[in-house]
Design a protein around this ligand. Sequence first.
Ligand code: VGL
Length: 177
Amino acid sequence: MKALLIVDLQNDFCPNGALPVPEGDKIVAVINKIMDKFDIVVASKDWHKTDTKHFNRWPPHCIEKTKGADFPNELRQEKIDEVFYKGTTNEDKGYSAFEAENLDLEDYLRGKKVDEIFLAGLALDYCVKETAKDAIQRGFKTYIVKDATKALSRTTEEETIKELTKRGVIFIDSNQL
Ligand code: VGL
C-alpha cells in the first residue's frame, strides 16, 4: 500500500506565518491534486507548548490550538485519514513525524500494510528530512515529491537532497505519480 505523508503543512510555515518557508503556500495546490492517488493520506502537525525549549532555537510557531498550527484553509483536509502530533513536550524534539506523541506512526502504517511512503510538506531541510531518514531506516520505500515540498534555505536544501539521495530516498515530481 502507498501512503502520502504530509509533513507540517501549517499556516505558521506559510508566507505571513511565524516561521515562513519561502513559497510554502505554493505546495497546497500540488498536494490537493495528488491526494487521490494514494491508498492512505496522513499528516503530521507541529504542536508546541508556549514554553518549549524548541523556541530557544526557533521563533515561536505552531502553538497548539492556534490559527498558526492549523492546516491552510485551501487544503483538502477531508482527504486526511489521520493526524500525528509532534513536538508536544517541552524538549527540542519532534522534527520527524515518527516521533509523534499522540499515536505511533510506524505502527499505524504497518497496520495498514503500507510499504511505500511518499513525503510532501514543510520544510524539506528540517522536518521532511528527518522524517525521510526515519522512514528509510525503518525499511519503507521512501519518496519525496519534489514539487510538493519547499525548503527554509537554499544551502540546506542542496545538502538535504544530496544526503537523502545517498541514503536511498527517491525524489520524484508529482506528474510522475
Ligand atoms: C520545522 C523548523 C522548526 C519543520 C519545524 O517543520 O520543518 N522546521 N520547526
